[in-house]
Design a protein around this ligand. Structure first.
Ligand SMILES: NC(=O)C1=CN([C@@H]2O[C@H](COP(=O)(O)OP(=O)(O)OC[C@H]3O[C@@H](n4cnc5c(N)ncnc54)[C@H](OP(=O)(O)O)[C@@H]3O)[C@@H](O)[C@H]2O)C=CC1
Ligand SMILES: N[C@@H](CC(=O)OP(=O)(O)O)C(=O)O
Length: 346
């Protein structure tokens, strides 16, 4: 089966990752690329300032970039990936949805909307049922699904694994790579020899998106998970890979060995871009792992790493890490697209 896909915002940092990850994909074939008016009408290789470490795929280089307008996207496109600035996405995604397009979006607008599935396929694929609610509410034939913020997706799989022990409270401190801010997000003068203890809007995203992801869907409504989540977000001068220190209060007494087993045995999913094992856990013999440079590319950048699991009076503390522009952005949207196909929504 071949599914024709388009990318909205294809020339940007995340758009380029989409193109890299879709090169040679077993199901998805790129049929449309869009960007701003400044890029429309140019070939992709002229429009995109290519910054990914593999070359532009030859068949993509010559595609003419269209405007981000439903009229510029052919009807034979079955699925759109969206990596537009969230303000732009909030305006144009509904126009595509009204025209019947299905969108797997990485942009942050509408992630917390009650009728929009926010999904990590291994964790809460059943939330896709919200698409029916969404179609009833909004009267469109299309469907909008979102993947979470990159810092949220780094931590949530580990929390999902620990939830069987009664997840009461989470405190997390992040050390986030500069690529999360986009190519021009922080200047070299700001970040070299420095750390910035604030990332606008990031903490509330971690605190709310994680509870939605861990929540339950009864076929009609979604309930948020009851745990309290507190986040402190920091930018550091790594290129890719968000590292996070997590403290969890658990209802049950849990040893680090119990936690390690729960994380390592948390079930994966059989989709083309999914890692064989969702969470890799470093043992006591490697207390200095995971590290961004050494561990972000595990399983093509799609695996979550954890380590340093230690008991605390209230529960446990540990570190976790994921590749923010792969597992945290384009790879997450591609995996959601694969789930939409697998579950028959496309
Ligand atoms: N960078 C990252 O690691 C992460 C980013 N995200 C989110 O993904 C989204 C994209 O981020 P990123 O790729 O870094 O952003 P970029 O600024 O690098 O790319 C933005 C893309 O959107 C297009 N665009 C901008 N304005 C318009 C417009 N008015 N109409 C149509 N297209 C437009 C740009 O086209 P053109 O080239 O023509 O200007 C470009 O293709 C954002 O919502 C961001 O928050 C999420 C997780 C991680
Ligand atoms: N804010 C994230 C990247 C990002 O764009 O997140 P979101 O997808 O929630 O907009 C970071 O700085 O690392």
């Amino acid at each position: 089966m071949t599914v024709r896909v388009g990318i909205l915002g294809a020339t940007g940092a995340v758009g380029q990752r989409f193109i890299q990850l879709l090169d040679g994909h077993p199901t998805f074939e790129i049929g449309a690329l869009t960007a701003s008016k400044a890029s429309a009408g140019k070939t992709y290789k002229e429009a995109a300032k290519w910054r990914v470490s593999t070359p532009i795929p030859e068949d993509v280089a010559e595609i003419v970039v269209g405007r981000t307008d439903p009229a510029d996207v052919p009807d034979d496109i079955d699925l759109l990936f969206s990596s537009l600035p969230s303000g732009v996405a909030a305006e144009v995604e509904p126009q595509f949805l009204e025209e019947g397009f299905v969108i797997s979006s990485n942009s942050s607008n509408d992630r917390m909307a009650e009728d929009v599935p926010l999904t990590i396929p291994e964790i809460n694929g059943d939330h896709l049922g919200l698409i029916e609610v969404q179609r009833d509410n909004r009267g469109w034939d299309g469907a909008l699904i979102k993947n979470p913020n990159c810092s949220t997706i780094t931590m949530v799989p580990t929390l999902a694994a620990l939830d069987e022990f009664g997840l009461d409270r989470v405190h997390v401190t992040t050390l986030q790579a500069v690529s999360g801010a986009g190519y021009s997000g922080v200047t070299s003068m700001e970040i070299i020899d420095n750390a910035i203890p604030h990332i606008g809007g990031e903490e509330p995203k971690m605190e709310t998106e994680s509870r939605k992801l861990l929540g339950s869907f009864d076929g009609a409504e979604l309930s948020m998970h009851g745990a309290e989540v507190n986040a402190s977000c920091n930018r550091i001068p790594t290129l890719d890979g968000h590292l996070e220190s997590v403290f969890v209060d658990l209802a049950d007494d849990v040893t680090p060995e119990d936690a390690r087993n729960a994380m390592e045995n948390y079930p994966g999913i059989d989709l083309p871009s999914a890692p064989e094992q969702l969470i890799h856990v470093f043992g006591e013999d490697q207390p200095d792992r995971p590290q961004p440079r050494l561990d972000r590319d595990r399983e093509n950048g799609m695996q979550i790493s954890a380590g340093g699991i230690t008991e605390t009076p209230q529960g446990l503390k540990y570190n976790c890490l994921a590749h923010n522009t792969v597992r945290g952005a384009a790879g997450a949207s591609v995996l959601n697209g694969e789930l939409l196909v697998e579950e028959g929504w496309i």
